[in-house]
Design a protein around this ligand. Structure first.
Ligand SMILES: [Zn+2]
Length: 450
């Protein structure tokens, strides 16, 4: 990074010298992704966590962009009448089209697009941004599904998945997307989504923080010039992302889907790149906005300066496929389990098991029970020497993961069969609705831990 900044300073000075000597306009200054990262950290416009951004918040962001001079226009309405907007930057011949949040609960890229247009507008005199504006015209629709975003749900108010409506066009949001594409005929499209936090990169046991797809335009998944361009864009994205999240970038399955927008838009003549932002365990949401911003800013700069044309599509072809559901959100290892199953006078005796927990928002459920050696987890808890049970009912797969933990020294004094266990025998730690209480003290204090 130091070398790169040193190099960019050196290049800048060299160019200034050239200008002084020749008295000409400077050529664009090459930048490095770290420059974009630094700018975003200091100057990003988006201030609200993406999952909390609603249509009214987006409208406020867009008002600020309009005031700054960005071309923003209403291009349509959602089923409930919420305005859908398009932003535009640049006057160049190469037409680039991006859209975000066609799934209402997949919000990261909406904030990243706002920051991107803010960046370009406020740096329009910077030679590299000016050069980009000469080469590209960029249009972006942030939050294509504002009704879904309002409820933070995937589908629109007809309960239809807009991304499976490309053929029938029953949704007004889907019809709008098709019209914007058909009227303008862009040369490249970006379909921006979020993926499940449980997605893994191949069998690496590592979470896929970003996944890429050069969308197929036919059943045979053949390479026409458009798909090769999409692959080169993906190779460029992969290169810039590898600087921040090496080994945590996956490739999506490219089976052609005749109902999906990415696939049909590619077939209609605009090659599409799908970007799926994942979870990033232990990191705030805004880190994912920054990652999207840097990846898109850098890649569009490369598109304008010819770097994408020179990229090797084989880089994309070598990215490991991701594995959806490859990560378990939480594994509690080696606990002594009291599952509290009773049938008349029979009560299941305690046994040793690993517990796999699925966490979706505030809801946590038991995903698996038994030997989970070899399963990769986003978070692990070593519960050897600890006793665990559920607050109510029976500890079983599919059930609520409201877990009570007891140190082994107390285990013999506890009557596991009482219905009001938690009141009668206050636990040393709990895991409830995805949140821990007392986890740290438990791990430090237990003398039986091996
Ligand atoms: Zn999606």
């Amino acid at each position: 990074m130091f070398y790169a900044s040193y190099r960019s300073i050196a290049v800048t000075m060299l160019m200034l010298l050239t200008v002084v000597i020749r008295g000409q306009n400077p050529r664009p200054v090459p930048s490095v992704p770290a420059d974009y990262q630094a700018w975003w950290t200091a100057g990003h416009l988006s201030r609200i966590d993406p999952s909390k951004v609603r249509h009214r918040d987006l409208v406020l962001y867009l008002e600020q962009l309009k005031t700054a001079g960005v071309r923003v226009e209403e291009v349509g309405r959602s089923l409930a009448g919420r305005e859908i907007y398009q932003m535009e930057f640049g006057r160049g011949p190469l037409k680039v089209f991006l859209w975000s949040q066609m799934h209402g609960d997949e919000p990261t890229a909406t904030s990243a697009l706002v920051d991107l247009f803010h960046y370009w507008q406020s740096h329009r005199d910077d030679p590299r941004v000016a050069e980009m504006a000469r080469q590209l015209t960029v249009r972006a629709v942030p939050m294509l599904n504002p009704d879904g975003a309002e409820l933070f749900q995937r589908r629109n108010l007809q309960s239809i998945d807009i991304n499976r409506d490309a053929r029938r066009l029953v949704t007004p949001e889907g019809r709008l997307l098709k019209r914007l594409r058909d009227e303008w005929q862009p040369e490249i499209g970006f379909n921006l989504h979020n993926q499940n936090i449980r997605t893994a990169v191949g069998d690496s046991g590592r979470q896929a923080i970003m996944s890429l797809l050069a969308v197929a335009h036919d059943e045979a998944r053949s390479d026409n010039p458009g798909r090769v361009r999409a692959k080169k864009v993906c190779s460029t994205l992969y290169r810039v992302l590898s600087g921040s999240i090496p080994g945590q970038i996956g490739r999506y399955d490219d089976t052609f889907n005749p109902r999906a927008f990415g696939d049909l838009i590619s077939q209609w003549g605009t090659p599409v790149v799908l970007i799926e932002t994942g979870g990033w365990f232990g990191r705030p949401e805004m880190d994912l906005v920054r990652l999207n911003f840097v990846a898109l800013a850098w890649t569009l700069q490369e598109l304008a300066q010819g770097g994408v044309d020179r990229a090797d599509p084989a880089v994309y072809d070598s990215i490991p496929y991701n594995q959806s559901g490859g990560m378990v959100p939480l594994i509690i290892r080696g606990a002594t389990v009291h599952n509290r199953f009773r049938d008349g006078r029979f009560e299941v005796p305690s046994y040793s098991a690993d517990i796999g927990v699925n966490i979706e928002g505030p809801r946590a459920t038991i995903q698996d029970l038994g030997d989970l050696g070899g399963f990769a987890a986003l978070d692990e808890f070593d519960a050897r020497g600890l006793h665990v049970t559920v607050a109510r009912g029976t500890l079983r797969t599919g059930g609520e993961a409201n877990l009570l933990f007891y140190k082994s020294a107390r285990a013999k004094t506890i009557d596991w069969s009482v219905p009001d266990l938690e009141t009668r025998f206050p636990p040393d730690a709990t895991f409830r609705q995805g949140r821990w209480t007392g986890r740290e003290s438990l791990q430090k204090a237990d003398p039986v831990r091996q």
